[in-house]
Design a protein around this ligand. Structure first.
Ligand SMILES: [Fe+2]
Ligand SMILES: [Fe+2]
Length: 272
């Protein structure tokens, strides 16, 4: 095993995901889950409970009454939206929001924007919104790992990327780090024992047109990733092939952009 992968194994931030969050996500996915079980477990983590109530009362979930209790929050949100809030919470921990560099904030903002666009487009492709959302949040997790492994080299990578705007960023990463973020991300998701649909998204989101499987979230995430780069990074990526693979049109995208844009901006405000 080469040095980079050895260091990845020891990277503190990635030795495990918050156990409680994984436990809650698993509980929600089981058929016949009892709401009280979920609340009992939520009460074990004050900061997650507080985060849940804050999110529930934010514009993102458009619930009209003020929510002050966990049972009311769980009932009104429903399991799908709860999963998205747990996913956000997990990502904020991984990105160490609150004590972060601008690189980490940029990566988190990008992941959040891709997650929001994924969620907005998911119903058109008959994909579960919470799955699409989590896939968007995690798709570039390997890039965060590259940053934690070697911040100086990452900064250099970022400079070259901004100057050259290469179509294939993974080639540049392989040249500078020896591995690309899709490979590293896939290794991390294997270690965390996350589902195959997420692993495939992370592994193939830069090769979606060559992906042979039937996981539609792969092409959806590749499309959302390209849309976000075009919108926010002044980086023109060609959308036509991905749109065709997803069975979507440019007018589908233009129709959702105003509302998705507002959700993205309000999520970014939280990052400070
Ligand atoms: Fe990526
Ligand atoms: Fe990305």
């Amino acid at each position: 095993m080469d040095q980079l992968l050895q260091r990845l194994e020891k990277l503190e931030e990635f030795t495990g995901l918050p156990a409680l969050v994984l436990d809650l996500m698993g509980l929600i996915s089981e058929p016949g889950t009892i709401v009280q079980d979920l609340i009992n477990r939520l009460e074990l983590d004050e900061s997650l409970a507080a985060y849940l109530l804050k999110q529930c009362n934010s514009a993102a979930y458009s619930i009209r009454e003020e929510i002050r209790s966990l049972p009311r929050a769980v009932t009104l949100l429903g399991f799908s939206r709860l999963k998205m809030i747990f996913s956000d919470y997990m990502m904020r921990n991984l990105y160490r929001l609150g004590q972060t560099s601008s690189e980490q904030i940029d990566l988190w903002k990008h992941a959040t924007a891709v997650a929001v666009i994924n969620r907005a487009l998911a119903p058109k492709m008959k994909i579960a919104e919470d799955e699409a959302y989590l896939a968007g949040l995690l798709h570039d997790i390997g890039r965060l790992a590259l940053y934690y492994l070697d911040p100086t080299r990452y900064f250099h990578f970022r400079q070259v990327w901004l100057e050259e705007k290469p179509n294939d960023t993974t080639r540049l990463e392989r040249k500078l780090f020896g591995h690309s973020h899709d490979q590293i991300g896939h290794i991390l998701l294997e270690r965390w024992q996350l589902s195959d649909y997420l692993k495939e998204v992370v592994r193939y989101h830069h090769n979606a047109l060559r992906y042979q499987g039937n996981n539609k979230t792969v092409t959806l995430t590749a499309l959302s990733n390209a849309i976000v780069h075009n919108l926010y990074d002044d980086h023109s990526l060609f959308l036509d092939d991905l749109l065709e693979y997803c069975g979507l049109s440019l007018s589908d995208i233009n129709a959702l952009l105003p509302s998705a844009g507002k959700l993205i901006e309000s999520a970014w405000v939280l990052a400070g």
